[in-house]
Design a protein around this ligand. Structure first.
Ligand SMILES: O=C(O)CCC(=O)C(=O)O
Length: 330
């Protein structure tokens, strides 16, 4: 039994009907255009503010990631919507685990459910079962040196700039747990369980953060198919079935994804703690439901269009350094 306080809507038609009416009222015209026309790969390509002359050399050389050709990685991202091969050093992993040791995480379904990770068993006993996903709060991520170093990494900036064809704008970091569930408690092959879709990002879906965006993920626990690995459907950031672009819900079952895009396009990213990769979340993706251990992962995202950056962006450590260098005439 999984504990969430929000229930699935009783009538999906009313739910999506209401959302369709609310969308234009809640959004400015930029976001409205993104949410509608931005579903089409060709529109996204044309609307992305691309400046192919971008000089990635300016980001510097002191990257945490060794043995990576960052520009080639950006091109792989362009082709597949995903690129693997970033390994976070142990020092960074340890630095991020400091957040886990000192700060509580809060349920994505209900922020009033908050607990230290080490106390999760008691909390889940009290709630009657494991929750789906919990995040560390934004203010608790603000003063972590390891996170600042990753978010300001010149290599990641080069990948993002190559892919975006524009100056990457750092937007939200997210550090979150997805919790192991009893085996067979959810079926994502034929169903799209509401709480997994809504709170776990654990059914196939795509996101429209910008016409082009780059999300870097780093596992902070060992990760395979039984421990919540990320799955991405290669090429779907460029091309999707028409019905998948037109329907209001961007969620799909595993079966639909396999049959439309082919199981060979479905990439599970597995690896030990520290494994890192980048995706454009406008392609179909999901986190798998862990069954044998919880998964902890960091996500750092870049956009290219200032209209889509939230009102309180994380402080951008690299931009601050470059600004300082500018103001010192360096
Ligand atoms: O945590 C994951 O692996 C997936 C996250 C996700 O779907 C998202 O950030 O949109």
């Amino acid at each position: 039994m999984t504990s969430t306080t929000e229930q699935a809507p009783k009538n999906w038609l009313t739910y999506y009907g209401k959302r369709a009416l609310e969308v234009p009222k809640k959004m400015d015209r930029h976001r409205f255009a993104l949410e509608t026309a931005g579903r089409f790969g060709e529109v996204r390509k044309r609307a992305a503010k691309s400046d192919r002359q971008l000089n990635v050399g300016k980001y510097g050389e002191d990257s945490l990631f060794t043995g990576v050709d960052f520009v080639a990685a950006g091109r792989t991202l362009e082709r597949d919507g995903i690129v693997q091969g970033l390994q976070l050093p142990q020092e960074s992993i340890d630095g991020l685990w400091e957040i886990v040791r000192t700060r509580p995480c809060a349920s994505r379904a209900d922020r009033t459910i908050s607990f230290m990770y080490e106390d999760r068993a008691d909390k889940f006993a009290e709630l009657g079962g494991p929750i789906i996903r919990a995040d560390y709060l934004r203010e608790d991520l603000d003063d972590n040196e390891a996170l600042d170093r990753i978010a300001g990494d010149p290599g990641l900036r080069k990948i993002a700039a190559t892919y975006l064809g524009a100056e990457p704008i750092l937007t939200r970091h997210n550090l979150s747990w997805i919790f192991a569930q009893a085996p067979d408690s959810f079926d994502t092959y034929d169903e799209k369980p509401y709480e997994l879709a809504r709170f776990g990002s654990q059914t196939f879906h795509y996101d429209l953060y910008d016409y082009k965006s780059v999300s870097f993920f780093f596992y902070l626990t060992d990760c395979d198919e039984t421990t919540g690995c990320h799955t991405f459907v290669a090429g779907t950031h460029r091309r999707k079935k028409l019905a998948h672009m037109l329907t209001l819900s961007r969620q799909r079952t595993d079966r639909e994804v396999d049959s439309v895009y082919g199981a060979d396009k479905v990439t599970n990213v597995v690896g030990p703690a520290g494994t890192g990769f980048a995706t454009d979340a406008s392609g179909f993706h999901k986190a798998n439901v862990p069954v044998s251990a919880d998964r902890l992962a960091l996500r750092v995202r870049f956009l290219s269009n200032p209209h889509f950056v939230s009102s309180r962006p994380n402080v951008d450590p690299l931009a601050a350094r470059l600004d300082e260098a500018d103001s010192l005439g360096k």
